[in-house]
Design a protein around this ligand. Structure first.
Ligand SMILES: Cc1cc2nc3c(=O)[nH]c(=O)nc-3n(C[C@H](O)[C@H](O)[C@H](O)COP(=O)(O)O)c2cc1C
Length: 351
């Protein structure tokens, strides 16, 4: 076995043991994208797949978990959105299916939700957007944290991954496993976060163009064509009408969103709509837009949620090839520091 593999294993063993897989790499849940096929493929290839439940009702989540289990006997997690109106019922579905890890996303979870998950024996993973909240979540029972920077695809916070890592890892990594997400496209970046104390990483954008991913060919093509600077944050034009920041590849939809905001805000100033209705009209603009892009292939008007690492997505690959590439880059980086440690089989795969 390569010495570098042992070094990497020392860095992420805690994460691997927490997740129960070969590589401490989570496939970040992506609504519409992270369904049974991609999730099972990630877990089968040694990573840790996470099902995106998005706005699914409980019976659909139950069916998706069962379908995923039919494709893999490896562990995988379920991502639940904390503001889902049926959160308790979704947690119960995870409990009945003996899901080992539940990732809570989309706002701070209540201590009651965390407890409900722990009561059936699963590990709870929470997103921590700042150090003070990371401490609060661990006090409330979170078993592990994900810190996701603004480089990521989808809904994002304002702080970059590198700054969040510096802010949170020194304090929290000694307490619980912390997984770093956002903008990680290559193994060298993964390695640097592991060396800062992370137990593993979470990748989303890199997995979208996996062969096993069911995203529409046009959605994948948009990823392959895009460079980092194309993955931009949604722009809010008036502080009176907040827009949740979402990172996506710019298209006709993003231009139209600016026009709609302008039109609606003008209607508000003319007294034709009240503030609440105007805010709702703005919020509804993107309703169903991710599905339209991922499933229907409407890459002009749908939402092309993608992180800045989209520039490193240059072809369709199998999940196994993506994981081997990222892990291989980390191993090569370790070996490049101490050439003497490199063994003859260093260019023949990861183990
Ligand atoms: C198309 C897309 C959809 C996403 N949907 C979700 C989601 O439903 N729930 C969630 O917690 N994160 C979601 N994310 C974030 C990912 O889980 C992951 O944290 C992120 O993609 C990591 O950053 P990266 O894209 O730079 O790799 C989404 C990301 C993308 C690109």
């Amino acid at each position: 076995m390569r010495q570098a593999y042992k070094d990497l294993d020392r860095l992420w063993r805690r994460g691997r043991e927490f997740l129960g897989c070969e590589y401490a790499i989570l496939g970040g849940a992506m609504s519409w994208v992270s369904e049974r096929h991609l999730v099972a493929a990630i877990s089968n290839a040694g990573g840790f797949g996470v099902l995106a439940s998005g706005s699914m009702p409980p019976h659909l989540l139950e069916a998706e978990i069962a379908a995923t289990k039919a494709l893999t006997d490896k562990p995988f997690g379920v991502n639940l959105i904390t503001m889902h109106p049926e959160l308790d019922a979704l947690i119960d579905v995870c409990g009945a299916a003996k899901i080992g890890h539940v990732v809570l996303a989309g706002g701070l979870p209540t201590a009651a939700a965390i407890k409900r998950i722990k009561d059936f024996g699963a590990k709870v993973v929470c997103f921590a957007p700042a150090l003070v909240l990371a401490k609060k979540l661990v006090r409330a029972g979170a078993d592990a944290l994900v810190i996701e920077g603004a480089e990521a695809g989808g809904h994002i916070g304002p702080v970059s991954t590198s700054v969040l890592a510096q802010e949170i890892l020194p304090t929290m990594a000694p307490q619980v496993p912390v997984f770093v997400a956002g903008g990680i496209g290559r193994g060298e970046a993964m390695l640097s976060y592991l060396e800062m104390g992370a137990s593993g990483v979470q990748l989303g954008t890199r997995f979208v163009c996996a062969h096993e991913c069911i995203a529409h060919p046009k959605f994948k093509q948009a990823f392959i064509r895009a460079s980092a600077r194309d993955a931009v944050t949604s722009v809010q034009i008036d502080p009176q009408f907040p827009v949740i920041p979402v990172r996506a590849i710019a298209n006709a939809g993003t231009d139209r969103f600016m026009e709609v905001q302008r039109e609606v805000i003008e209607k508000f100033h003319r007294g034709e709509v009240d503030q609440k209705s105007a805010q709702l009209e703005i919020e509804h603009f993107w309703a169903g837009a991710l599905r339209r892009a991922v499933i229907d292939g409407d890459v002009e008007n749908g939402s092309l949620m993608a992180g800045q690492s989209v520039g490193m997505v240059t072809s369709e690959q199998s999940v196994a090839a993506i994981l081997e590439e990222v892990v291989g880059q980390a191993l090569d980086a370790i070996e490049a520091r101490s050439p003497a440690a490199a063994s003859p089989e260093s260019s023949q795969g990861v183990a």
